[in-house]
Design a protein around this ligand. Structure first.
Ligand SMILES: NC(=O)c1ccc[n+]([C@@H]2O[C@H](COP(=O)([O-])OP(=O)(O)OC[C@H]3O[C@@H](n4cnc5c(N)ncnc54)[C@H](O)[C@@H]3O)[C@@H](O)[C@H]2O)c1
Length: 315
């Protein structure tokens, strides 16, 4: 199995939001990237998006190399066969259905060298759902990024039971090489780790909102001015380790029983269309629909500032 270095060659399949972001991440780390999309328009548009992105990152002092040098490493190609030829790892980023993933993985398995790692960016689907019948299934896994991966480094590496240990270790090393932070999902689970945690928080927010405890704006403030400040640089386990004088056990002795009682009142949420429409109405009062793009741009700038801050943080 491949040992990844800065001379490794990569392929990106699907040049939408996530595919083009991955291409930028791989090229930023010095690797050669071929990128393919079944939609010729999406393929030709992706280089413009990447150029804007790299220039923004350069202006924010998050890449030091010249944008032109980074962009030069990315080559759009016009067939799946081309992107699959002479590459050490393929990152797949097409639409999120089991059928589409089964189809593309079966084609990639047939078109690539037997040592090429095949990684999917799928947000929810365990590897075993779309690789079961492949001859090369031991070299397939999920490498789920967080959007946008050039600013948020977490990658969830989730192998199937038949993925070889060598493949998993090589993929972990690969994502580290491209300056991401891989975490290993030890057993397959729908939605991996991040989306499950995000789902738990959203369900509770929806319940609190639906039951009339607070407005959507105030619930967002709970994260923005409260939990999110600590959680932006350390996790909830580290947080509780420091929130009682003697660490985790001390914290659990003081508050664990209360959390256990409260958890009995934390119901599932059905994401009712009426409640979602009500939140949409409240959000549109704070942010008009035609301001969504500008606000997304603002969000990316704030993320860039946060990344710069994190880069200065001692280990
Ligand atoms: N958007 C997110 O926030 C996010 C975050 C993490 C992971 N993901 C995952 O990444 C994947 C891609 O999501 P996205 O948001 O980039 O979608 P997108 O719609 O922006 O891009 C998908 C691209 O795939 C192309 N495509 C479709 N079928 C193809 C095929 N057979 N061969 C080649 N190209 C094909 C489409 O033309 C399109 O350009 C999904 O699996 C998604 O779950 C998305």
């Amino acid at each position: 199995m491949t040992t990844f270095t800065h001379s490794s060659k990569t392929g990106v399949v699907g040049a939408g939001l996530i595919g083009r972001a991955w291409a930028m991440v791989f090229a930023r780390a010095g690797l050669q990237v071929k990128i393919f999309d079944a939609d010729a328009k999406a393929l030709s548009a992706c280089m413009g998006h990447i150029e804007t992105l790299v220039k923004d990152m350069h202006a924010a002092d998050l890449v030091q190399e010249s944008p032109a040098d980074i962009i030069r490493r990315i080559t759009p190609v016009s067939s799946l066969a081309e992107v699959c030829t002479d590459v050490d790892l393929i990152q797949e980023n097409i639409r999120e259905t089991v059928e589409a993933k089964i189809d593309i993985f079966s084609q990639m398995d047939a078109l690539t060298h037997k040592d090429t790692i095949l990684a999917s960016s799928t947000s929810w689907l365990p590897t075993s759902l779309f690789t079961k019948d492949l001859a090369g299934r031991e070299r397939c896994l999920v490498g789920h990024p967080t959007n946008p991966p050039y600013l948020i480094p977490l990658v969830e590496v989730s192998p199937a039971p038949w993925t070889s240990e060598k493949t998993t270790q090589a993929a972990m090393a690969f994502y580290k090489l491209v300056k991401q932070e891989p975490v290993l999902v030890r057993k397959e689970i729908h939605g991996f780790l991040l989306n499950r945690v995000q789902g738990a928080v959203l369900n509770e927010m929806l319940n609190l909102y639906e039951q009339g405890f607070a407005s959507s704006e105030d619930l967002d403030k709970v994260m923005k001015f409260g939990l999110g400040l600590r959680w932006s640089f350390m996790g909830p386990f580290e947080t509780i380790d420091l929130n009682a004088p003697d660490g985790v056990v001390d914290y659990a002795n003081r508050y664990g029983q209360t959390y256990a009682e409260v958890s009995k009142t934390q119901a599932d949420n059905t994401w009712s269309p009426q409640v979602i429409a009500e939140i949409e109405r409240e959000r549109r009062q704070v942010l008009e629909h035609n301001q969504l793009d500008a606000r997304s741009h603002w969000r990316d700038r704030r993320l860039m500032a946060l990344r710069r801050h994190q880069k200065d943080q001692p280990a």
